[in-house]
Design a protein around this ligand. Structure first.
Ligand SMILES: NC(=O)c1ccc[n+]([C@@H]2O[C@H](COP(=O)([O-])OP(=O)(O)OC[C@H]3O[C@@H](n4cnc5c(N)ncnc54)[C@H](OP(=O)(O)O)[C@@H]3O)[C@@H](O)[C@H]2O)c1
Length: 341
């Protein structure tokens, strides 16, 4: 099975490249090698490349810049994913496309499920939602159920594309919120973070570990024991199309939420990161994180959802394994990448 990663130079794409290099036949295109805003070039390069699974980790991710560059945001985040989905359809390959918690408006007081209606409040969120719809439309299910599976036992099943929504992604391949907080805490006695915005930090390493279960055509042994068959059933909130023991989780298509478990504010996230650094003996000037209000972020151009926690109940039900807690993931990351610096 051959995997190609688009956006291989980004925070998530680079992590997937590294984590998969010894496990799968994987190659990637970074931004310089493949520009999603050049659709002709995209078609030409990908049509000439063989793969069974195409992972799109590329996106125009600058939320504020998207507000003033709407056309560019829609070209990269919406139109290009539709083209990727069509190319995959022609090749009988599965597209795994990453999306975001920012497709939600943040008005819900509890974790968003895959069935909740998306209602973006920024151009970034709008463009990413349009990308999801274009991917689903390419396999003729834009208005269909957000998640189901084709039977793995039929002859030549058409792979279903998978849209993976993630939140607050962190990892070693590009600076993220944790990096900024630790850098500040090394220099300054006082660091602050927003205390009235909620979601869940998600470690790229954990996304890389969770994803292979959904690589169509990968045998259980190849996925390091995670290519399990679902036991989901009626009344479980899981589409009934995947209740048959003949269906494999790897055939699952549609929308799926991936995040570490739990939820927090940015202040709690930052405080935990500093606590882990102190525990690891890192010399920091700041010990506690002060509270900021979302309304104080005067430089932000785009609106952000106040509450965008993604429910991972479906992922847990499908795989039988819950994602690990965000605190554990942050502690692991700091131990691996900061404790010896
Ligand atoms: N980061 C988060 O907190 C977060 C939260 C929710 C969802 N997501 C989603 O997760 C996915 C991965 O995000 P990430 O955190 O890895 O973001 P990232 O570090 O910004 O990576 C995005 C990658 O896409 C590339 N890219 C941008 N425009 C491109 C174009 N026209 N053609 C080809 N490549 C292009 C970027 O290259 P350059 O840097 O060279 O432009 C970069 O390598 C995205 O779908 C994003 O929407 C991220």
């Amino acid at each position: 099975m051959k995997i190609v990663i688009v956006g291989a130079g980004g925070r998530l794409g680079a992590a997937l490249m590294r984590e998969y290099q010894d496990k799968f036949d994987v190659s990637g295109f970074n931004h310089a090698q493949l520009d999603l805003s050049n659709l002709d070039d995209l078609r030409e390069k990908l049509n000439a490349t063989n793969f069974d699974v195409l992972i799109n980790a590329a996106a125009f991710t600058n939320v504020d810049l998207c507000e003033t560059q709407r056309d560019r945001a829609f070209l990269i985040n919406a139109e290009a994913p539709g083209v990727l989905a069509s190319i995959c359809g022609e090749k009988n390959a599965k597209l795994i496309h990453f999306s975001t918690d920012y497709v939600f408006d943040g008005e819900k007081p509890e974790p968003y499920t895959e069935e909740d209606e998306a209602n973006p409040i920024s151009v970034y969120g709008e463009s990413k939602l349009a990308g999801e719809k274009n991917v689903l439309a390419a396999v003729g299910e834009a208005d269909g159920f957000p998640g189901t599976a084709t039977p793995s036992h039929t002859d030549n099943p058409v792979p279903r594309h998978l849209i993976v929504r993630v939140s607050w992604v962190f990892g070693p391949d590009r600076p993220s919120f944790i990096h900024t907080i630790i850098k500040r805490a090394r220099k300054e006695r006082q660091v602050d973070a927003i205390a009235d915005k909620f979601s869940t930090p998600t470690y790229t390493r954990d996304i890389a570990e969770m994803l292979p279960r959904f690589f169509t055509g990968v045998a259980v042994a190849e996925t390091d024991g995670h290519g399990s068959r679902t036991t989901a059933g009626r009344g479980s909130g899981i589409p009934t199309g995947i209740t048959d023991p003949g269906y494999s989780v790897s055939d699952y298509g549609g929308i799926l939420h991936f995040a570490n478990a739990g939820e927090c504010t940015w202040q709690e996230y930052a405080q935990w990161a500093l606590d882990c650094c102190h525990e690891a003996g890192l010399p920091l000037k700041a010990k506690t994180v002060g509270a900021l209000k979302l309304e104080e972020m005067k430089d932000w151009v785009a609106r952000r959802p106040v509450y965008s926690v993604l429910s991972t109940a479906r992922y847990t039900h499908l795989t039988g394994t819950p994602p690990r807690a965000w605190r554990e993931a942050v502690a692991d990351y700091i131990t691996r990448f900061y404790s010896k610096k």
